[in-house]
Design a protein around this ligand. Sequence first.
Ligand code: FAD
Ligand code: SIN
Length: 517
Amino acid sequence: MLKSDFLIIGSGIAGLTYGLDVCKYGKVTILCKDEPGEGNTTYAQGGIAAVTSCNDSIESHVNDTLTAGAGLCDKTVVQTVIEESGSAINFLLDLGVNFDLTKNSGKDKKQDFSQNFSLGKEGGHSERRILHAGDQTGREIQNALLKKVRAEKNITIVPMRMAIDLIINSNNECLGVYCLNLNTNEAETYGAKITYLATGGLGKVYLYTSNPDVATGDGIAIAKRAGALIKDMEFIQFHPTCLYSPVAKNFLITEAIRGEGAILKTVSGARFMDGYHPLKELAPRDIVARAIDHQLKISGEDYVLLDITDKSEEYLKERFPNIFKVLMNLGINISKDGIPVVPAAHYSCGGVAVDKYGLTSIKNLYAGGEVSRTGLHGANRLASNSLLEAVVYARISAAHSLEKIESIKAPDALPEWDHLDTDNSYEQVLVTHSWDEVRRTMWNLVGIVRNTKRLESAHRRLLFIKEEINQYYWKYRITKDLLELRNIIDTSLEIVEAALLRKESVGLHYLESDIKK
Ligand code: FAD
Ligand code: SIN
């Protein structure tokens, strides 16, 4: 068994921020199932929402968050997170994160926020308040965090380790985790006084997603199997504008581009958002996604077009350099051509329920970042609030952990992983087929617009696949594919069961009237 004071599962913005704050006390181990930079954080484009301008106010950001959340946000949590937004930005600046500045910005960024940052606008925000680094804000933050973490002698990052299941004792205390070493395919045991779950998103449970491959909802599934409380899983956010392309996989076109004036059109050139919401293209994300979905159903076309051709090539290259380059390589010059886009699964507002300190319902287990449900987002997340939430809550959890750590006893010897005497799989096709079936079921039956009949049908199918895979799981040697499949099934079931319980349309959970029996 490998022992530490703090065990962190996940190396995105939440896990790394927490690690940096607790490493002053003791030994920190960070597990991640791929290379340390691979996760949703790296792909974040638009930026991080924070109150930094003198034209803006905490109250305005709070109100926008509550409006997006459709009455289901926890108001105290919203107030706390937004009030802490300035200090979260200072934390990132101290790490060396370079947010874009206005042309006439002064030298001391902290002295006068308002004069310095070039602020973007996104749907649902009544002010310009999105700090960004071009259109690769996440990569800039992830790199700065990793650089700092790698310089800390108390922190060890262990890549290619996939958490399988948490180790919980009879007192409902978390003692660590079993994980699969993806280099050797052997199971390993990690014990710790405190475990911080920061495994990120779940986009891969859907056939089409903006998320990278690691986002298979592992943390939700692992926490659920350990008996943790999970909440709000029906609220899955679909991003309206992911690139439609036969070759490029999971490429997002940031909402910030609509903030700079891009309009949505059908393939034949008709602008359509006017008919759906007074804010048109800058309506809240769920409304824009549903409008596109509706247009595609009416027209039978495969995509709509996002048009920013009224801006110059020079401007677009400077403001959206990565999008410009990637699309140019695909033969699309965004200063001249419309961008083919479709909605795709993007963000989970629900997750492992945590209290005001980020503690889950299991002792000594915290959760942070996208895997957690703090109450900030309610029924719908306001754009660019998640990077902010991840930093603020990771720091709150770290402070709380440091208060508690002295009173927690290190776990004694833990039982080794016991997976019976299993054979190597000879029917991998069952795993690949089930992967596809789960993701299609979720996309077709539990998507942007739902009804009870489709949800019930999805539930029956998922239970059947779960039963089949459970038998397979205990019979054959575990692999990453098999573990992820088990997780996407468990996470999908959480989504469907939560959706079935919510009988009214609210926020991201949108029910059309049930079709006649
Ligand atoms: P992640 O950054 O996803 O990190 C998760 C970590 O957990 C990874 O290291 C992964 O390897 C590890 N992991 C997963 N499963 C396991 C396992 N079983 N065992 C071990 N390790 C595991 N939000 C904003 O606020 N602003 C934006 O502009 C924005 N743009 C976005 C654009 C895209 C394309 C996407 C996908 C998301 C965007 N978001 C944005 C959302 C935001 O990026 C995420 O919510 C946030 O980065 C999540 O951070 P995290 O630390 O929780 O998880
Ligand atoms: C985007 O850049 O459109 C994504 C922003 C977010 O998900 O918060």
